[in-house]
Design a protein around this ligand. Structure first.
Ligand SMILES: NC(=O)C1=CN([C@@H]2O[C@H](COP(=O)(O)OP(=O)(O)OC[C@H]3O[C@@H](n4cnc5c(N)ncnc54)[C@H](O)[C@@H]3O)[C@@H](O)[C@H]2O)C=CC1
Ligand SMILES: O=C(O)/C=C/C=C(\O)C(=O)O
Length: 500
């Protein structure tokens, strides 16, 4: 019987499925299991096999062996054919992936259908294209004595890549790294979040169905410290580590990686600012901010948690945003009209609610939300919080400086363009910013003025997969996307031929 039943959408499945690790092309069980519960109801939906140190070692060895087999001899074009088969497979398994993703996260079926799952297939198609069309460097060299040479670089795989990802956009973020890693000829061992083991398991099934050679894609389930995440990242045969998640976890992984000088790519946290200028299209700025603050329950590293609004429109903007936040509909994930989703876990809900309390104790005025909704049904066992808008905090309050990762924003006024950039830049993080203005000159000034990796003007989370993606300061190390991903997941060897 399929594990990926529509019952997962309710958070109340009739039976609890077993999710296994995928090593060397086989699904394997390990000694212990842990429970995965639904964020919608708090009921257990899966038993998950936790990979112990020997299971992680077997996965890394399977990856090493795969690099020596047929996979290591394929051309870029041949690998691209395999990647496109994976994309086709993800599309064939679309409804299974929706059930898996919604079951694990409680996100709305409409978001899973329009964002999370389509981006899985899109990532594989995009990197099949990028890897087969990207140029490599070439120089004709002329020396002072008249000798000439041709230099050109060839791209080679890095080797075994460890991929560690979080729970907020599970399939999207996993495939964003698996696709370029495989396009460049590497073999991977992936460690999804303990909170979201399901869509990675469907991806493993798709890999097998698409004929990806055994050992090229390996999946280990488990936790971070003293579990699969740590065993994987400190494994001596892992050549590179790519990670998305909390900045503190990035620090822990960087320390482990330093011992063997492994290359790392980190997409970390954010405390992203939105700047609303008085000349903006106010309707668009309000609706855009509703998206940027509340999408995925505020659980996207790109979400806006700090809004700065030019003083003449401050009161109107704040009232309108709070009104729209209060109108966001609750519903079961399977209801297309549902806009709010639960947070991922009780632990994360406790963290977010502690920030709601902290904001109040630091002097915030709560314009809407600030608590927990009540349903009178099984969702009361879940992890819901109210979308929340606050104002009145100083710039250095903890609630306005620390990443909360929930459906909350703080709104503050500003008076000049320079002040707006200074407030936005006054953060340990530097991931993304959103600017709402009709002034084209200001739109072009914002990019250079803001100390972040991504600036959106009059939009948010509009993605072109060729563009550099990543953050400054505590928000990350390196960039992925397009040729930036190809650079991380491959090693260039320069060839110099003297021309006679
Ligand atoms: N992209 C972002 O900005 C994200 C930020 N967060 C923030 O992080 C907080 C904690 O969420 P978590 O999912 O626990 O994030 P996390 O950063 O602890 O976990 C992300 C992934 O790293 C793994 N991991 C954790 N510690 C590790 C270690 N020492 N070595 C190797 N792997 C390790 C986890 O098992 C998971 O697969 C959230 O409350 C949220 O504020 C969470 C997810 C994404
Ligand atoms: O690649 C994207 O489009 C989205 C990335 C989002 C994150 O990295 C995150 O939320 O952690």
């Amino acid at each position: 019987m399929s594990l990926w039943t529509p019952e997962l959408l309710t958070g109340q499945p009739k039976s609890v499925g077993l999710l296994r690790n995928f090593v060397g092309g086989e699904f394997v069980e390990s000694g212990s299991t842990f429970a995965k519960v639904s964020p919608v109801t708090g009921e257990q939906i899966f038993d998950v096999c936790e990979a112990d140190e020997s299971a992680v070692d077997a996965a890394v060895q399977a990856a090493q062996a795969a690099l020596k087999g047929p996979w290591g001899r394929l051309s870029e074009q041949e690998r691209a054919v395999v990647l496109r088969r994976v994309a086709d497979g993800l599309e064939r398994r679309f409804e299974d992936l929706v059930a898996a993703e919604v079951g694990d996260t409680g996100k709305s079926i409409s978001q899973a259908r329009t964002l999370d799952i389509p981006r899985g297939a899109a990532n594989f198609r995009a990197f099949a294209d990028f890897a087969t069309t990207a140029a490599t460097e070439s120089y004709t060299t002329v020396l002072p004595d008249g000798r000439r040479a041709l230099n050109y670089a060839v791209r080679k795989p890095v080797g075994v890549v460890a991929i560690v990802v979080p729970w907020n956009l599970p399939l999207l973020l996993l495939t964003w790294k698996v696709a370029p890693a495989l396009a460049c000829g590497n073999a991977v061992v992936v460690k999804p979040s303990e909170e979201t083991p399901a869509s990675a398991t469907v991806l493993a099934e798709v890999m097998a169905e698409a004929g990806v050679p055994a050992g090229v894609f390996n999946l280990v389930h488990g936790f971070g410290p003293s579990s699969a995440g740590e065993y994987l990242t400190r494994h001596p045969s892992v050549d590179a580590i790519t990670f998305t998640g909390e900045s503190a976890t990035g620090t822990a992984i960087a320390k482990v990686a330093a011992d063997r000088v492994k290359s790392v790519s980190f997409e970390l946290g954010g405390k992203n600012a939105g700047l609303i200028f008085a000349d903006a299209d106010l309707d668009a700025a309000v609706e855009g901010s509703v998206r940027s603050v509340f999408t995925n329950g505020g659980q996207v590293c790109l979400c806006t948690e700090r809004l700065y609004v030019e003083r003449p429109i401050f009161t109107e903007f704040a009232e309108r945003l709070a009104q729209r936040a209060s109108e966001l509909t609750y519903g079961w994930p399977a209801d297309e009209a549902t806009m709010n989703m639960p947070l991922i876990s009780k632990q994360h809900r406790d963290k977010v609610l502690s920030y709601y309390d902290l904001a109040r104790s630091e002097g915030a005025e709560v314009l809407t939300g600030g608590g927990v909704p009540s349903f009178g049904d099984a969702r009361d066992g879940g992890c819901y919080v109210q979308p929340t808008v606050v104002t009145g905090l100083p710039q250095d309050a903890r609630a306005t400086t620390e990443e909360i990762f929930g459906p909350i924003c703080h709104i503050a006024p500003f008076d000049t363009e320079d002040e707006a950039y200074a407030l936005a830049n006054d953060s340990e993080y530097g991931l993304a910013a959103t600017v709402w203005t009709r002034d084209v000159g200001r739109a072009h000034r914002a990019g250079p003025a803001l100390d972040v990796g991504i600036v959106w003007i009059n939009t948010w989370f509009l993605r072109d997969l060729r563009t550099p993606f990543g953050g400054m300061k505590l928000s990350g190390v390196g960039r992925e996307g397009g040729t930036h991903s190809l650079s991380f997941y491959s090693e260039p060897t320069n060839v110099c031929i003297e021309l006679t």
